[in-house]
Design a protein around this ligand. Structure first.
Ligand code: GTP
Length: 197
């Protein structure tokens, strides 16, 4: 195994899951683990520090010290998650990934971290841009503050207003998001196929 990445990882897992119709982070995924526990456990060996960002404490497997609860509870938005994350981690770069992308490879994460050196944001792109899979620097805090004050929640705005790099990857499959029941069904097939072959 590689030496763990120096950079801290935070998994975003406090969304509304409106397209799924139930909290996707707690859906059964693989080997008796929920989606969030699967994502956490598979990434944990590769990072010195790994946290989960959420609105509430809903993870029975996680020690409280590794949970980052959003400061603002009234609306759902990854921008609010990033706001709390960078209040905790000042002057740092953080690797951000979402709970619903369990197939992103460690090699791709390695590439994103290496490529992020000269940028405040470095995110992945395949057929579309994966705005919440990449490295974010605390230098973006000021833009986040402005966005919250003006009720702007588009990650695209955050990218546009900071020095960023969009890193292309050839394999769309590894960046698939699990948003609705069909995505979930496909992801379950993929994960079972991967472990049985
Ligand atoms: N901590 C935290 N995470 C959030 C919040 N809103 C969204 N996320 C996470 O950010 C990622 C992208 O979220 P979205 O696609 O906007 O929302 P979602 O909950 O995944 O799904 P939809 O409600 O169907 O859009 C997911 O990993 C969410 O769990 C929030 O308010 N707080």
């Amino acid at each position: 195994m590689k030496t763990p990445f120096e950079i801290t990882c935070v998994i975003l897992s406090g969304g509304k899951s409106s397209r799924m119709g139930e909290d996707k982070s707690l859906l059964p995924f693989f080997s008796s683990k929920t989606l969030i526990q699967y994502q956490y456990d598979r990434l944990k060996p590769y990072f010195k520090n790994i946290y989960i960002s959420s609105k509430v404490d809903k993870f029975d497997f996680l020690e409280k010290d590794f949970l980052i609860l959003d400061e603002k509870q009234d609306i759902f938005s990854p921008i609010l998650a990033l706001d709390t994350i960078f209040k905790k981690f000042k002057n740092q770069k953080i690797f951000i990934i979402t709970v619903d992308t369990p197939f992103v490879s460690i090699d791709s994460i390695d590439k994103l971290i290496k490529e992020s050196k000269d940028y405040d944001i470095c995110v992945a792109q395949t057929e579309k841009t994966h705005n919440l899979c990449g490295v974010f620097s605390s230098n973006i805090s000021l833009t986040i503050k402005t966005m919250i004050e003006n009720d702007i929640h588009k990650i695209g705005y955050l990218l546009k207003n900071n020095i960023h790099k969009i890193l292309k990857f050839p394999n769309n499959g590894e960046f698939i998001n699990i948003n609705d029941k069909d995505d979930y069904k496909t992801a379950l097939n993929n994960i079972n196929f991967a472990y049985n072959n």
